[in-house]
Design a protein around this ligand. Structure first.
Ligand code: ADP
Ligand code: MG
Length: 331
């Protein structure tokens, strides 16, 4: 049974439909989607297209009108909803921390419900606070109102992870934070997921966030219809239609540069004594380009050699005649 797993399990949606009573059209219309175990899949689409409804059917906060949901091969609709929800982490934009409980009590909510002994809960709370970069001794006994919005969202993520569920549903979990905090949370979350390998469905209306976090992205239109379902690189390289292209905007090449690392492109020669600007192996090609532009140089030094502007263009598949655009595109 999937509730014994802590690493990700596969999620399958089969002809999933939700028609709210009194609404002219289904909010979610006949959606079929396969989410591989251990992957982070982002649902991205405009407000009202059915993202939240799709997600809430998976933990049965909303009952489907028709269709099937399988988690780890198990039919979700045959399980007890309360039981089910204890094995699916859920983090939402509004965070939903209990105001009169301490941070430790908030994070320990599900483990407590599952009857874990007090010392195990307390150890888990401290482990999770450290994981989301909040010093346990400083935060465990505080109340939610004593935390900033960004700190509360980290607690929300920690709470969703508390019972080490194989599946996490995250509905715009960083949406309420300012851009700098959000970027910080995204970076931490990418690192965290590399360790955890949970199956995560992450909802956002922010395509940049989708590219940054997703192993795969489902671009949704009205009725949760899937316009394209693929890796960020594949969607950027080859959007399925005008609708998908409109999410990407004008700077697909720059977005693809941001997805690729300096270490993925072959460097040539030795930079020794060249005086070229330095980039690290794990910098993105976008960062390398920024450094080249800032130094007025068409090449830079990497730990393994010299990375040229031409090599960078080749890496993103820009043809010679289009090279101007890479530099002059709006940022
Ligand atoms: N409880 C509800 N009752 C009736 N209609 C709803 C309810 N929740 C959502 N809807 C409608 O379903 C559609 C999809 O909503 P939602 O899933 O919240 O979209 P998203 O998360 O993409 O913004 C919208 O038209 C919304 O108004
Ligand atoms: Mg929503």
């Amino acid at each position: 049974m999937f509730d014994r797993d802590t690493e990700g399990v596969r999620i399958e949606l089969r002809s999933l439909t939700k028609h709210y009573p009194g609404q002219p059209a289904p909010a979610v219309d006949n959606v079929t989607l396969d989410i591989p175990a251990g992957e982070l899949v982002v649902f991205v689409g405009p407000s009202g297209c059915g993202k939240t409804t799709t997600m809430k059917m998976i933990n049965r906060l909303v009952e489907p009108t028709s269709g099937e949901i399988l988690i780890g091969g198990q039919d979700v609709l045959s399980l007890d909803p309360d039981q089910l929800r204890r094995h699916i982490g859920y983090a939402i934009q509004q965070v939903g921390l209990f105001p009169h409980q301490t941070i430790a009590q908030n994070i320990g909510l599900v483990p407590n419900l599952l009857g874990w002994p007090a010392d195990r809960i307390s150890a888990r709370v401290d482990e999770l606070l450290s994981l989301v970069n909040l010093e346990p001794s400083a935060f465990r006994d505080r109340y939610p109102r004593q935390l900033s919005g960004g700190q509360q969202q980290r607690v929300g993520v920690a709470r969703a992870l508390a019972a080490d569920p194989p599946v996490m549903l995250m509905d715009e979990p960083f949406g309420a934070t300012d851009p700098i905090t959000r970027e910080h949370l995204q970076n931490e979350f990418v690192k965290l997921q590399k360790q955890l390998r949970k199956t995560i469905i992450f909802v956002t209306h922010d395509f940049e966030e989708a590219i940054k976090l997703g192993d795969r992205i489902a671009v949704l239109r009205e009725g949760s219809h899937i316009a394209q379902y693929d890796t960020p690189a594949a969607i950027l390289a080859d959007p399925a239609d005008e609708y998908v292209a409109s999410f990407i905007g004008q700077d697909a090449t720059l977005k693809r540069l941001a997805l690729m690392r300096v270490s993925e492109v072959s460097a040539t020669g030795s930079p020794a004594g060249s005086g070229l600007p330095q980039v690290s192996a794990d910098a993105s090609l976008r960062e390398a380009l920024d450094i080249m532009i800032a130094h007025g140089a068409d090449r830079c030094a990497t730990p393994s050699g010299v990375l040229t502007y031409a090599a960078l263009c080749e890496a993103v598949g820009t043809r010679a005649g289009e090279q101007e655009d890479v530099v002059s595109s709006e940022r």
